[in-house]
Design a protein around this ligand. Structure first.
Ligand code: GLN
Length: 547
């Protein structure tokens, strides 16, 4: 039977609970345990798929096609494990399940209530995460802050799990803020004390307190937190602000966090191997030289909207021992060819990431044109591939006003159009083309060279010719234009063998012009950078990626 770790947060949001949960997961995995992770989000949307990136940041897509919170990206990057549909549960998803049951008559005439029906459904999601994966330990992060009205049902469900299970089967980690007051630099423990009082009000006594703090707290501060929060002094862990988040698991390990967890859960300490992670952290701390990448998108005021792309670029930089500096450029600023040149000439490479809607697309087209004409290394992701196709159709094939039917339903040249299976769909939630789809890499292409040269993830099937990558889109390369575009020099480098869909395009006679219909960024790991990001960053620093 699995053990359960619950990670709550107090005082403020944005403390890094996801990094805390991921760091603990990595350490337990390094002890040889099979760990699985889960996030509860207390909002009423069924999933974040329909939310604006400005509200929510990136929507992370799992291999099984779930649209999830960006924290799941941290979970996968830290643990190297694939998350699934049980990994992100919103209050909306729980309520929908309960109401669907009520409409079916499953409650046999009973009055349906938060306790026990909603809390039972939440507990079912926790136990399902364990049973669907066979994990030794499930780590569940509770979004939001203790004391929020929205999270009450989740906390009540956790309290019940603790009651239902033996004492050694559950463990509660509470993450709080220990701020330093401006002027005195004195670390204050009162907010932590009060958030633990709130947690106790929900019937939960934390076992471990993780304190987010600007500097390492002196012993007295840690002792005070321990005393007021009723935990042993050893169980107060400092999580100091660091430049490199991948260092955090090592900082927790130095403070004995993993041994404390294993002791409480009555799990034997096993041989501990974190060598590959340690080597990666050492590499990151010794990076030399910079490479500058322009990310041209429409959600640039919130870098969290592109967190997996940014991380994937950093990971590729680690491969070369270089720091990748990413600037987020509002596509609307590039709407003229001159505008694109004046901004983009300062960069070593250009990336056009995913996105939805027409705003900014003319600026992205200008960025693609600039990259193509000036031989700047280029990587297009999802919308980025669609934009690259439109630019090529307009400026090389002479198809004036070529577009995607997403932006212009009357375009005379719909080089990107709605997929056949999407045409009857009216419901926007969860109906995109989602998750893993196969792609056959074509001989003589840069994509094949990249995937063959670089250490790949185990989930790549039939390595190296056929790959699986994650998708999230509704529109598609229009095969009616394929021959024409190929005749003008566009290279089709990857094809979905089941549906004959174009997955990757390239330009020969260009150092690196590659665009993909999928999202490779979701599979990049700090210790295993994604081949396409490595080939792109390699081109940006003018270094062969195989070397
Ligand atoms: N808006 C485009 C589509 O739906 C691209 C989506 C994306 O970039 N994720 O096909």
């Amino acid at each position: 039977m699995a053990k359960f770790i619950f990670v709550t947060g107090g005082v403020v949001s944005g403390l890094g609970k996801g990094i805390t949960a991921s760091s603990i997961a990595l350490l337990l995995k390094a002890h040889g345990y099979k760990v699985f992770m889960q996030k509860f989000d207390p909002y009423i949307n069924v999933d974040p798929g329909t939310m604006s990136p400005y509200q929510h940041g990136e929507v992370f897509v799992t291999a099984d096609g779930s649209e999830t919170d960006l924290d799941l990206g941290h979970y996968e990057r830290f643990t190297g494990e694939e998350m699934n549909y049980t990994s992100n549960i919103t209050l909306g998803k729980v309520l929908k399940a309960v109401i669907d049951k009520e409409r079916r008559g499953d409650y046999l005439g009973g009055t349906v209530q938060i306790v026990p029906h909603v809390t039972d459904e939440i507990k079912h999601k926790i136990y399902e995460a364990a049973s669907s994966t066979g994990a030794d330990i499930v780590i569940t992060e509770i979004g939001g802050t203790v004391g929020d009205i929205e999270s009450e049902a989740f906390l009540e469900a956790l309290r019940q799990v603790k009651l239902e299970r033996a004492a050694e089967d559950t463990l509660f980690v509470h993450t709080t803020l220990v701020p330093a007051l401006y002027g005195s630099d004195e670390l204050k423990t009162k907010p932590t004390q009060h958030s633990v009082i709130d947690l106790r009000g929900a019937g939960i006594q934390p076992d471990i307190i993780v304190c987010r703090t600007p500097v390492l707290p002196p012993h007295e501060v840690m002792a005070k937190i321990a005393m007021f929060c009723s935990v042993p002094a050893t169980n107060v862990i400092a999580s100091i602000d660091v430049k490199n988040v991948y260092e955090i698991p090592l900082l927790y390990h130095q403070q004995g966090a993993d041994d404390i967890v294993l002791a409480k859960l009555h799990l034997p300490t096993r041989s501990f191997d974190i060598g590959a992670w340690q080597r990666m952290v050492d590499t990151v701390n010794a990076l030399q030289g910079e490479v500058h990448i322009a990310l041209v998108g429409k959600y640039t005021h919130l870098p969290d909207a592109y967190i997996s792309v940014t991380e994937a670029l950093h990971h590729a930089g680690y491969h070369f021992g270089k720091r990748v500096c990413v600037d987020y450029i509002d596509a609307e600023e590039l709407e003229s060819a001159e505008g694109a040149a004046s901004v983009l000439s300062n960069y070593d490479g250009i990336i056009v990431p995913g996105g939805f809607g027409q705003r900014g697309t003319e600026g992205m087209i200008a960025a693609c044109r600039y990259a193509r004409e000036k031989h700047k290394p280029f990587l297009g992701l999802c919308l980025g591939m669609q934009i690259a196709v439109i630019e090529f159709a307009r400026n090389i094939c002479g198809l004036t006003n070529a577009s995607s039917t997403e932006f212009n339903s009357d375009t005379p040249h719909p080089v990107i159009c709605l997929m056949e299976e999407q045409k009857g769909i009216r419901n926007m939630g969860g109906t995109l083309r989602l998750g893993n789809c196969p792609c056959d890499l074509q001989p003589g292409t840069l994509a094949l060279k990249a995937y063959s040269s670089i250490h790949s993830q185990s989930s790549i099937a039939n390595y190296p010719l056929s790959i699986q990558e994650r998708h999230r889109h509704r529109y598609e390369f229009n095969n009616a234009y394929r021959t024409l575009l190929e005749q003008h020099g566009l290279r089709i480098a990857g094809i979905n063998p089941d549906l004959n869909l174009v997955e990757i395009i390239e330009l020969p006679d260009h150092p690196h012009y590659v665009a993909v219909q999928f999202h490779p960024e979701f599979r990049s790991r700090p210790t295993h950078p994604h081949p396409l990001f490595v080939s792109f960053v390699g081109a940006a620093i003018n270094q062969d990626f195989g070397s």
